[in-house]
Design a protein around this ligand. Sequence first.
Ligand SMILES: Cc1ncc(COP(=O)(O)O)c(C=O)c1O
Length: 390
Amino acid sequence: MQFSQRTDWPLRHNRLTELLDRRRREGLPVLDLTISNPTSLGFSYPEKDLLSAFSQPSILRYTPDPKGMLSAREAVCGYYRTASVELDPANVLLTASTSEAYAYAFSLLCNPGDNVLVPTPSYPLFDYLAQLADVSLVPYPLHYDGSWHVGIDAMERAMSDRTRAIVLIHPHNPTGAFLKEDEYRRICRIAADRGLALIVDEVFLDYGFDAGRGQMGTTAGTRDVLTLTLSGISKIAGLPQMKAGWIVLSGPEDLRKAASERLELIADTYLSVNSPVQVALPAILEGHTSVSSQIRQRAADNVRTLRSLCAEGSSCTLLDVEGGWYGILRVPNVRSDEEWALELLEKRGVYLFPGYFFDIEGCHLVVSLLTEPTLLDEAMRGMLAELGRK
Ligand SMILES: Cc1ncc(COP(=O)(O)O)c(C=O)c1O
């Protein structure tokens, strides 16, 4: 029996997950600072409204539309209207998740062997998606000098005649950095000159901590470059289990129309978005801030806690974070990030992601900002004691 090379993945556990499994098997405590599943972290969901959104007779009828039900697409337009962006529902296509939206985007834009540019560091999401679509990933850097910047010169150098698209994550995961207007304008010019599409992942757009910093808004509705703006309710409504995402198509009309026809056929091939979630989407999106505001508040409070715990004298520094669900902690470079993560788990029961999971250069650990505050405080104190003082 032969399987495709596409699926020749190393399926073994790494040392950290092995240690974690062993501790759990042995009943030893684990202070888990990696959890970002919002449904398991004590947020209060509008249960009655959500459940009644799903108990509608229309979920019993099957009326397939490859782009998704018009009422659901109009609800997506309503979400953008709250940010003063007016969209035509014809330019919205529903998917079962943002991950699926990436797969559609890669199928739309790339032949086997073509490439897309992706940021480094990054959430480990693209490798498998790209392999499954026979697409190569070419990294471009994000630089840190007290705040994060897109390495646009390096991005340009990384382009080849097989490059089809640039992936932008706005705000980025795990750095939490928003795109800056000037960066975005420059990237748009480069993409337009070279005939590249932009794939902009905005799943964390509602999670900026500091509106006063004039953070850039959505890219949906832009005119100059073919742009696929991706989002979904797993993050903006804290409902990953409901499985609904979308692509908003923007850009020059001829390209947008051609892309829309092709995407419609891709979506028609799978028809993967279930009817109940489409029927419920207007109510979910109307009420999405009730959970997202709790999540944003907790993340912002946790950033303050981390800043004060890692203040002067500590050997741990929280890198600048403008939003999102993760914080990056710089730790002493006296051993690798994996060794730190193993030691903290072994000696203090504190579980953090090592930075290499996200291709972060140097010695860093990554913490979920959704962690329950008392757990964060206890675990961070244990971690700082282990790290020692400067
Ligand atoms: C930046 C980013 N985009 C997309 C996703 C996946 O979103 P979805 O659950 O809609 O597939 C994740 C998952 O954490 C993510 O970090």
